[in-house]
Design a protein around this ligand. Structure first.
Ligand SMILES: N[C@@H](CCC(=O)N[C@@H](CS)C(=O)NCC(=O)O)C(=O)O
Length: 234
């Protein structure tokens, strides 16, 4: 797809969710250990959980499970009993769960002030706009593409509703590349630390400790990931 059109459609996807997942909300207790999330980018229920992570300024180790994926789907089936996404693991409390509504309310209860924003609460408005956001990106971050597994997870600085971050995450997802998702939504108290590391406030920003590569720019990130890990002969 032509890049300008791709970005414009990704932007429409953000608009369809009224910008939910752009800014940080009321923050509660901080987790000591990284949360873990089995998900795939195109899944509307997974989107809801990722928006909650941005609003609560939480990071997570993402294990992408696109359709046809063989890297983390079997692992989840063994762990939770079925291939259904999203699935959250919180090593801080020992809680593990399916069901986006349960995950969202658990996250706001544990790491926020207990109040779930209207667009993330169960109901027709949330459901319809989540569906629309996915429908606007048909096939993106949906199906697995042949890839080589990295030895270590990658690191991505992002926030859920950035049209550019979405494009980078879609490729990480299709290639089933595990990554630490560092959320730095607007108002995040961790933006300063990010700027100290990267040099400026811009996302997406990818760091790959497997190769030492670090970069801004979604188009460059997509090209880097495809060249480094895309593998038609897996
Ligand atoms: N009620 C569940 C529904 C989850 C759901 O239906 N997820 C779909 C993806 S959007 C799924 O896991 N499909 C099985 C698959 O992709 O193999 C929730 O809110 O979490």
């Amino acid at each position: 797809m032509v890049r300008t059109l791709d970005v414009a459609i990704s932007f429409l996807s953000t608009i369809s969710r009224a910008g939910s997942g752009v800014s940080v909300g009321v923050l509660g207790k901080r987790p000591a250990q990284l949360l873990e999330l089995y998900e795939f980018e195109a899944c509307p229920y997974c989107r809801k959980v990722r928006e909650a992570l941005t609003i609560l300024d939480l990071d997570a180790l993402v294990r992408p499970c696109p359709k046809g994926g063989t890297r983390f789907r079997p692992e989840l089936e063994q762990r939770g009993g079925k291939q259904q996404f999203p699935y959250l693991v919180d090593p801080n409390t020992g809680k593990e769960m399916y069901e986006s509504d349960d995950i969202v309310s658990y996250l706001f209860e544990t790491y926020g002030d207990g109040r779930v924003p209207a667009l993330l609460a169960p109901g027709l408005l949330g459901q319809a706009t989540l569906g629309l956001a996915s429908a606007l990106r048909p096939g993106h971050g949906l199906r697995a593409m042949p890839s080589r597994a990295p030895a270590e997870p990658l690191d991505l600085w992002s926030f859920e509703s950035s049209p550019f971050c979405r494009i980078a995450r879609e490729t990480l997802c299709s290639l089933e590349l595990p990554y630490r998702l560092h959320n730095v939504g607007k108002g995040s108290p961790r933006r300063e630390a990010f700027v100290s590391r990267s040099g400026k406030m811009m996302v997406p920003y990818l760091a790959d400790s497997n190769t030492g590569a670090e970069m801004f720019e979604s188009a460059d990130i997509v090209q880097y990931l495809e060249r480094t890990y895309g593998d038609a002969e897996r």
